[in-house]
Design a protein around this ligand. Sequence first.
Ligand SMILES: NC(=O)c1ccc[n+]([C@@H]2O[C@H](COP(=O)([O-])OP(=O)(O)OC[C@H]3O[C@@H](n4cnc5c(N)ncnc54)[C@H](OP(=O)(O)O)[C@@H]3O)[C@@H](O)[C@H]2O)c1
Length: 324
Amino acid sequence: MKAALCKTLTGPDDIVIEDIAEPVAGPGEAVIRVKAAALNFLDTLAVRGKYQFKPPMPFSPASEFAGVIESVGAGVTNVKVGDRVFGSAGHGAAREKMAVKTENLIIIPAGVSDEVAAGVTVTYGTALHGLKDRGKLKKGENVVILGASGGAGLAAVELAKLMGGRVIACASTEEKLAVCKERGADGLINYSSGDLKDDIRKHTGGNGADIVYDCVGDKYAEPAIRALNWDGRFLVVGFAGGQIPKIPLNLLLLKNSSLVGVFWGAHAARDPEENRANLRQLIGWVAEGKLKPHIHKIFPLAQTADAIRELDRRASTGKVIIKP
Ligand SMILES: NC(=O)c1ccc[n+]([C@@H]2O[C@H](COP(=O)([O-])OP(=O)(O)OC[C@H]3O[C@@H](n4cnc5c(N)ncnc54)[C@H](OP(=O)(O)O)[C@@H]3O)[C@@H](O)[C@H]2O)c1
């Protein structure tokens, strides 16, 4: 079977497509024929050895997948051969078949495509955990999303809107902001120009943001914290901008506000039941048409390197999908 393999940690240019042995399902595992795999920002780091978790070499990029179960190992009772499932495994989905633990696999409802289902786990899982469990979003609150057109950001735009928030999307180009508007954003801020703090205040009637969902960090975090409302919550989601900001703590005291970490992967490991419930809820909303995950582009497996370069170039909106 074919697999995209990262063998050198030198970035996407050195990813190769090779024939490798088919996997066998161990105890508690299933072999999945991958119909679609989805990339995340972490893949751009993992192929350079810069992600916090280092997969054993060589590895296939793409943590998320959707596919059909081909075989199951000893002790598996929650899924069966022929089931359509989606999930996330940290890495390894850019290949024709993969063996994964079955405990966190979720059945794909009829009518939801493989390409859409593949991209739901990480971005929407993070958005629901972040906005509901960590941010305690209430109806009518102003939610400012930094990096709003990326995979994680766009999921938060859609979900915050569905949960009754008033969504202000922040991105670097008018084209990216147009995608956010299509997905329900009420206000749009181009943060590549202007003063982010003033712009957030203007978009919130002078009150400031009740929640900031920050996927970028870097130079945007501090002005967004300065534009928090009283009792505001700043959700630390990611640092796509590169730099991890250092924040003067007096800013939190002045607004009775909170800095709140959001680490979906660790939450999913610590509370798998709640995570599965969140993912079932999310795919249910997708099936009902309440969430419409945006696919930027679908690449064949042979172009896995190009797919990762698309994220590298800061060129994608929503999800980048690979089809074996
Ligand atoms: N905490 C968690 O559990 C969790 C879960 C998922 C993702 N994340 C993190 O969230 C962040 C976004 O992930 P993602 O998968 O949504 O990535 P993505 O699809 O590549 O989106 C990243 C966004 O960040 C913005 N950005 C600003 N400066 C950038 C730069 N120098 N390089 C690249 N992008 C830049 C880009 O939009 P503009 O051009 O509009 O600025 C882009 O839309 C990452 O740091 C990721 O690790 C965290």
